[in-house]
Design a binder for this molecule. Structure first.
Ligand code: G3I
Length: 325
């Protein structure tokens, strides 16, 4: 195989993706376009609620449409992101003050308009994003506080009606450690199923660290990762690593870059060890544009291409993990 996606398909899996922001960087775009490496992408911000429905029933589809067009032109799948999330939510929603029925109708309108518009291009949808606290309880949000946990199955039901062909995912971070949050997402899968509503997968964001940093790490070992993935597939859903990046305390050194390559290899191997791990998405191409240093100063260098858009050892580690038998 010539690249990541080629290798992944050769192993009988569906896709390798990247988060994508079309910012006019031709080198970055060419890497994302290369079909040998990527056959899928996730729009990094353009389909989020504040971008797409900034005012009530006021939809601004132009930016998201660019990604749909890019996907068609470059023959990519889109992992669409995300319909119901407490963050990047416009104030008119997050400030609340709605009764239960009104908020459900707001959610319904949002999901039908957005998922409906892109029903032919969204291979997968992150229907509900980050509904859990670290201890596995539900996060306080306008959705949970107004509707209760039923907001989750209700969102999945609307999404299936609006976009019947898309695979529907619950997506969250820090599910990779086999702790209470891992169990919380299992509970969510069972909750949706108990409503007789279809849920097709769990997305594990995999914002990981190769070493202990002030905000993460150490990396879960391969066995733990496999156990976590199987905990979901046993519930009859697929799993995907949806937003992989593996950060370090910067600056990078040759030694850290080697450890990072190993970390990427471990994550890839864990996916390939579990039959229903259908794909993996890395959260961006180049370290130059990653969200990490802005949010966690002193951490970063988490992706497969460095700040000068040169391939890092992590790329080879990831490819090695995909190919390993
Ligand atoms: O576009 C505006 C620009 O006009 C403005 O001048 C600038 C000033 O702050 O902000 C720009 O928007 C930023 C946007 O990224 C686009 O660059 C937002 O401030 C910034 O908050 C936003 O960050 C995104 C973040 O989600 C927001 O929560 C990151 O790009 C994106 O990588 C990150 O992705 C999330 C996933 O959606 C969910 N899981 C975690 C992951 C990492 O945080």
């Amino acid at each position: 195989p010539k690249g990541l996606a080629d290798a992944m398909k050769e192993r009988g899996r569906e896709f390798i993706g990247t988060a994508l922001t079309l910012r006019g960087n031709a080198t970055e775009e060419a890497i994302a376009r290369n079909p040998a490496d990527f056959n899928s992408f996730t729009p990094e911000n353009s389909m989020k609620w504040e971008s797409i429905e900034p005012g009530r029933n006021n939809f601004t589809f132009d930016d998201a449409d660019r990604y749909r067009d890019w996907a068609k032109k470059n023959k990519k799948e889109i992992h669409c992101h995300t319909l119901v999330w407490h963050s990047q939510l416009p104030t008119w929603v997050s400030q609340g003050g709605f009764d239960n029925a009104t908020l459900i109708s707001i959610m319904k309108n949002h999901i039908f308009k957005v998922a409906g518009r892109y029903k032919d291009v969204c291979t997968r949808w992150d229907v509900v994003n980050e509904a859990l606290n670290e201890d596995g309880t539900y996060r306080s949000s306008v959705f949970y506080n107004t509707i209760g946990e039923a907001f989750i199955p209700i969102a999945f039901r609307f999404a299936k009606q609006a976009s019947p062909k898309s695979e529907l995912f619950y997506n969250d971070y820090n599910l990779e450690y086999n702790g209470n949050k891992t169990l919380g997402a299992q509970r969510i899968v069972k909750l949706v199923q108990s409503y007789g509503v279809e849920i097709n997968g769990v997305g594990l964001q995999a914002h990981l660290a190769q070493e202990t940093t002030p905000t993460a790490g150490p990396l879960p070992d391969q066995k733990t990762l496999e156990t976590v993935l199987r905990g979901y597939t046993q519930l009859d859903v697929d799993v995907v690593y949806t937003e992989i990046d593996i950060r370090m305390n910067t600056p990078a050194t040759p030694e850290k870059l080697r450890a990072q390559a190993k970390a990427y290899e471990t994550v890839a191997k864990s996916c390939l060890a579990v039959k229903r791990c259908i794909g993996m998405t890395v959260w961006g191409i180049s370290d130059a544009f990653s969200w990490i240093p802005g949010v966690f100063p002193g951490e970063g260098a988490a992706l497969l291409w460095d700040e000068n858009l040169k391939k890092k050892p992590a790329y080879d580690g990831f490819l090695k993990g995909i190919k390993a038998r």
